[in-house]
Design a protein around this ligand. Sequence first.
Ligand code: ADP
Ligand code: ADP
Length: 218
Amino acid sequence: MIEVKQLSKRYGATVAVDGLSFTVEPGRVTGFLGPNGAGKSTTMRAMVGLDRPTSGEVLIDGKRYDQLAHPLRQVGALLDARSLNGGRTVRGHLQGLALSNRIPAARVHEVLDIVGLAGVAGKRAKGLSLGMSQRLGVAAALLGDPQVLLLDEPVNGLDPEGILWIRGLMKRLAADGRTVFVSSHLMSEMALTADHLIVIGQGRLLADSSVSEFIDRN
Ligand code: ADP
Ligand code: ADP
């Protein structure tokens, strides 16, 4: 479970997130909906400690990200700002992550199969198409077999087959009892993917309800 508590983040004069509070429950896909600039990425970066909140906090299973014993085994994240390490191969990138997070090397092969990248494991990660690098990002997020998954606009840059694949994957992960939190600026995407919705605008909470209730009310 993820608890966002009175989260605020300011960048100079810009208030990106403004006193946001909500919880994300396990066992379902929770969509995080809002227009561009609403504060979704900022909130998700705060969840994995990439951004220090101006005030408030985010707890994952009761702890702040920097207090988790095995962060990558507890939370997997696909975020915009992911940077790929220079000349590494696809496999090498995942092996580096596994090593620094005490994840068994055999898991690298499992996740390459899950995301359909086994055939390009020896290619340079930097040379991948956008769709393939999204899959590599998903592989990194799944590497530690975490119970909590954060995906920031995961369908961006994916081809139609990739979009269907990621939707199915998120549903399977949620059906498995995991916490799946996925952002999008498109209601149409959320209607196809999410069970529950957190809607924000200008850094503030606008709705916290099931997708069907949200559609009925709007
Ligand atoms: P979303 O993910 O919903 O598109 P963001 O969290 O990326 O929204 O951005 C929220 C607001 O914060 C926007 O006004 C954006 O311009 C601003 N912002 C985000 N990151 C930074 C940053 N590193 N420096 C300055 N302003 C930022
Ligand atoms: P290394 O330098 O050994 O490859 P790092 O710990 O520096 O390992 O991280 C490598 C990559 O993993 C970075 O691009 C980073 O964005 C990404 N990453 C960090 N935290 C997570 C996470 N919780 N889930 C998925 N990927 C992550």
